[in-house]
Design a protein. Structure first.
Length: 250
């Protein structure tokens, strides 16, 4: 398991190497990511401004509690809400960026596979409209899954100690897995493979997938880092998908 996890980390590192050796790929991937970053940072700033009111609204049961307990409860609620926004926002970030920059990221995937991985003879030509439609559909499904996972994690966040230690780790693993599904979308779509196939293939090598996805997810938490991380992760995700589909991972 540790070897597979390190293999996944290495695939992300390979993605960074590919885009840094070709600054054009880095620039192509950064443009749509910049647009999405501006949109989501605006949403996060708005949430931060209103977080006290929102935390109060979701914890009406604490109105009659003592000042210290009430404040701690609402702080935990605010922390959980912002955490959920960031987690779902990262998935939305990838989904929105892939929709906006479909042709850009398809170019990255094609360049990586055709230039460095021997090509895909059976590849389908995917139009921007189809790519956007697939991205919207998959994005809605994955964000829906993220919300379903976020609800019990939000509730568990109120458990002392566990809510501040175990729950964040589980959240990173869950959201990293969902992020990996999005980052491997284009190589699967080029082969005419649907979301259920993508999920099954990635689940078959879970440790490798997490090794790739967890550091990607954590790096994307750094403000503006996604401008560089996402193009690299797209390249690394293409390598991951290619090797899984061609049984080239050991």
């Amino acid at each position: 398991m540790l070897r597979d996890f390190s293999t996944g980390v290495g695939l992300l590192g390979q993605g960074f190497g590919l885009v840094f050796r070709s600054p054009k790929l880095l620039l192509i991937g950064a443009i749509p990511a910049l647009v999405t970053t501006v949109l989501l940072i605006g949403g996060l700033v708005g949430l931060a401004v209103w977080i006290d009111d929102i935390a109060t609204w979701v914890t009406p049961f604490a109105d009659g509690w003592g000042d210290g307990v009430r404040a701690a409860t609402r702080f935990a609620a605010g922390f959980a809400i912002i955490g959920a926004f960031v987690a779902i926002g990262l998935l939305l970030f990838t989904a929105i960026t892939l929709i906006i920059g479909g042709p850009f990221y398809e170019h990255i995937a094609e360049t990586v596979e055709d230039t460095h991985l021997g090509g895909v003879p059976e590849a389908e030509r995917v139009s921007w409209l189809r790519s956007a439609a697939v991205g919207v559909r998959d994005g809605v499904l994955l964000v829906g899954l993220a919300v379903l996972c976020a609800i019990p994690l939000f509730a568990a966040g109120f458990i002392p100690v566990v809510g501040q230690t175990v729950v964040p780790v589980i959240a990173v693993l869950v959201n990293g897995s969902l992020l990996a599904i999005e980052l491997t979308a284009i190589p699967f779509t080029r082969r005419g493979l649907k979301l259920d196939v993508r999920r099954r293939v990635l689940r078959g090598r879970r440790a490798v997938t997490l090794g790739f996805a967890v550091p990607t997810y954590l790096l994307c938490l750094i403000p503006l880092a996604a401008l560089v991380v996402l193009p690299a992760a797209m390249a690394g995700g293409t390598v991951l998908a290619h090797r899984l589909l061609h049984n080239q991972l050991r």
